[in-house]
Design a protein around this ligand. Structure first.
Ligand SMILES: *Cc1c(COP(=O)(O)O)cnc(C)c1O
Length: 484
């Protein structure tokens, strides 16, 4: 494209994006399209001759935009509410333009060095000890897979060259709670450990791993000749943001010499709030920690950080150059390709750098603190209401709750049934809550998602958008109360 056209379209695209952010609330949160809408609107083969870029842009408006689910919408409360900042968009423009592939330091010096700098800034902000060094991957699924690979390498250094399932290789196990994220199941599949090697430890009534049960499982496995290689406590589980007792888990890992990987993919950003630091107690004793700036740090997808107590553990698992030939390392040069399965890596650190510089620590704290306040406020409405109940504690900015149905006059006055809270059976309550969620989501006004807790259909409301204000939560509360 001639430079003049590039300039003209560039201005036009920035205008379009500015309008998009300005008008974000006018869009339905969930795309209101049927499956195949996009496919059917497009030709079945690529154009033979190049087309005018105006036509391409006009198709973005007419075909792509209606099929966008607006994660940036302030009423996107499903899954985890994540959104980008404007400076994050700018960083992606630069990164795409430079198009560097960080394999060796030499192929991308800026990317390699900025990554170390911003990850050290983030380490300081989140209160982690200086020993931790980080590396950026795309998603937490990948960060955690690398952590387990490093744990496997430490437990059985021969697995790298000889593989698993040898006569002299013990079966290996990984320990998590029942509420662990499904990405860890996928990691053990990918690493050849097998799903059966994943021990899901029972949780208490607050959905936190029970350390005594963990210890029992580890001891039983050791007695059976199985090698425990990794325990993964979660700070902020995906269902409820419950917090496993990391310090107690660290004691157990120390006693048996097991790698501890902390999954703080969602919650890690909140560690920058001094008042929330106690929730992270014990994570400083981990061998590795994952946190996702693309979740709650206004950094566009994707950017996940893996912190390691000793990055050499990753290198041992993945570097393909023998240590004694590492002449570059003698000069203190880091080559990103040595720390994982990817050879070339995107220039992701740029967007985290833009975000940290534009907002500053204070600006980031203020936003995340406000999200936590809004979530607690919403949880307060739930608790005060006769028609809803809270289903889990709210340590961060996710509220788990459900509708109880309108109770009859009789049960309202009857102390016995009051304790039952609802006139409806559990199945009826599940159906009621599912129907409430579906009708709100179909309206395009807001998006909520759900989980099941002890067989009970539970609504999840996540507060995390950079655009969210108190009025957006009032709107959801009205929608919920109107759905009776
Ligand atoms: C979101 C989440 C993940 C997965 O994150 P991706 O970056 O999407 O792979 C893992 N663990 C927890 C606790 C999460 O909340």
């Amino acid at each position: 494209m001639p430079t003049d056209d590039f300039r003209r379209y560039g201005y036009e695209i920035v205008d379009r994006l500015a309008d998009y952010f300005e008008r974000i609330e006018e869009f339905p949160v969930l795309a209101q399209v049927e499956p195949d809408a996009v496919k059917n609107a497009l030709p079945s083969a690529a154009p033979e001759l190049g087309e005018s870029f105006d036509e391409v842009l006009s198709d973005v408006d007419s075909i792509i935009l209606p099929a966008v689910t607006h994660w940036n919408h302030p009423n996107f409360h499903g899954l985890f509410s994540t959104s980008t900042s404007s400076v994050g968009v700018f960083a992606e423009m630069f990164a795409a333009a430079f198009d560097m592939k960080a394999m060796l330091w030499r192929t991308a010096p800026a990317s390699t060095e900025l990554e170390d700098v911003v990850l050290d800034w983030l380490r300081q902000m989140t209160g982690l000890p200086e020993i931790f060094e980080g590396i950026i991957y795309d998603t937490a699924s990948v960060s955690t897979m690398h952590a387990i690979a490093a744990a496997r390498e430490r437990a059985d250094p021969n697995s790298r060259s000889l593989g698993l399932g040898r006569a002299d290789s013990p079966r290996m196990c990984v320990y998590v709670s029942e509420h662990v994220h499904s990405s860890i199941d996928k990691s053990v599949i990918t690493l050849g450990l097998g799903l059966e090697s994943l021990r899901k430890i029972e949780t208490n009534e607050r959905f936190e791993m029970i350390p005594e049960k963990l210890k029992e499982a580890i001891e039983a496995d050791i007695a059976a000749g199985i090698l425990p290689i990794c325990v993964i406590p979660t700070i902020g589980t995906t269902s409820t943001t419950s917090i496993d007792p990391v310090a107690a888990v660290a004691d157990i890992c120390e006693k048996y010499g097991i790698w501890m990987h902390v999954d703080a993919a969602y919650s890690g950003s909140a560690a920058i709030l001094p008042e929330l630091q106690p929730l992270f107690n014990g994570w400083e004793r981990a061998d590795s920690i994952v946190m996702n700036p693309h979740k709650w740090f206004f950094t566009p997808f994707d950017l996940s950080v893996l912190y390691c107590r000793d990055l050499d553990d990753l290198k041992k698992a993945f570097s393909l150059v023998p240590e004694y030939l590492k002449t570059d390392d003698a000069a203190g040069v880091k080559n990103g390709m040595d720390y994982g399965i990817q050879l070339g890596r995107r220039f992701r650190s740029l967007k985290l750098w833009f975000v940290m510089r534009y907002f500053g620590r204070e600006g980031l704290i203020a936003r995340i603190r406000e999200h936590c306040r809004l979530a607690r406020m919403f949880a307060g409405w739930v608790e005060e209401s006769e028609n809803f109940e809270l289903m889990a504690p709210v340590p961060f900015a996710l509220v788990c709750f459900r509708a109880l149905g309108t109770r009859s006059e009789l049960s309202r006055n009857d102390a016995e049934t009051q304790r039952e809270k609802s006139d409806l059976s559990n199945n009826e309550l599940n159906a009621l809550n599912e129907q409430i969620m579906n009708s709100i989501n179909a309206s395009g006004e807001a998006y909520l998602s759900h989980t099941k807790l002890n067989g009970q259909f539970t609504l999840r409301l996540s507060v995390g958008s950079i655009h969210v204000e108190e009025r957006h939560l009032r709107k959801v509360w009205e929608l919920l109360n109107r759905s009776y």
